[in-house]
Ligand binder design. Structure first.
Ligand code: SF4
Length: 242
């Protein structure tokens, strides 16, 4: 049975990788949507160096998330979360199939018992087996100097286009990462050409299109509160990061 370890770039899967690093047969795997922050890639590089492991990066074979959105004229959302399925789970499953039979170790903590992500047929949960809760995974990552660094205004990583981001995080993105935010504007306006101006990437801005949001940020009409730099317990996805 081949053993894979899902690495998302977040705290929990980093702790999982630390636990599994001594198993020389374990294969570490990360799925890249194309919307990852540079800090996530840096963190993966650091993990490889500190833990002396190799992390295989996989992607959807046909599209990046951005290309798929534009081709389908459809943004992911909490109700239509195709991003995780098509750009995280599917590339990982396709890669593992080459090595079947396999198991996949996933970084769900003991205080998250009950979340299995509907993949329980091949998934194992070593953090839960060791009864590791949030403080334990933080301490372990800290001991190895591997607490993930997200952009300071983000309470967690995940795609820069992620619909789970708070309004404050998106406003901060507009202010501090104009290039990334302009990319979101481009995506929204490209799809609006087919679906109309009322079709928005985020519903957090009270029907303001992203270009207007950027104008408000630039003219200081819109402001954002400081994002607390604490370890966020919110859930994004077992293949994303939190
Ligand atoms: S981080 Fe957000 S947008 Fe990216 S795959 Fe996960 S849920 Fe989807």
């Amino acid at each position: 049975m081949n053993l894979f370890v899902s690495v998302s770039g977040g705290l929990d899967s980093t702790a999982l990788a630390i636990l599994m690093a001594e198993n020389k047969k374990a294969k570490f795997i990360f799925a890249d949507t194309g919307d990852e922050f540079p800090q996530v890639h840096n963190h993966l590089d650091n993990m490889e160096r500190v833990l002396n492991i190799s992390i295989t990066r996989v992607q959807n074979k046909k599209y990046s998330l951005k290309e798929y959105e534009i081709a389908r004229k459809f943004f992911p959302s909490p109700r239509a979360r195709y991003c995780t399925r098509i750009f995280k789970i599917k590339p990982i499953e396709e890669y593992m199939e080459i090595f079947a039979p396999f198991q996949l170790a996933i970084g769900l903590r003991y205080d998250e018992t009950g979340r299995t992500g509907n993949i329980s047929d091949y998934a194992i949960y070593p953090l839960q087996d060791k009864k590791m809760v949030r403080d334990d995974v933080y301490e372990l990552c800290n001991d190895y100097g591997l607490v993930p660094e997200y952009p300071w205004y983000m309470s967690r990583g995940g795609c820069y286009s992620c619909f789970f981001k708070s309004r404050a995080e998106l406003l901060a993105l507009a202010k501090h990462e104009p290039k990334l935010f302009n990319d979101l504007i481009y995506r929204e306006e490209t799809i609006q050409k087919s679906r109309g101006d009322n079709y928005l990437m985020f519903d957090r801005f009270k029907k303001n299109p992203l270009r207007r949001v950027k104008e408000m940020v630039d003219s200081k009409i819109a402001n954002f509160e400081q994002i607390p730099m604490t370890y966020n317990t919110g859930q994004c996805g077992i293949f994303c990061r939190k």
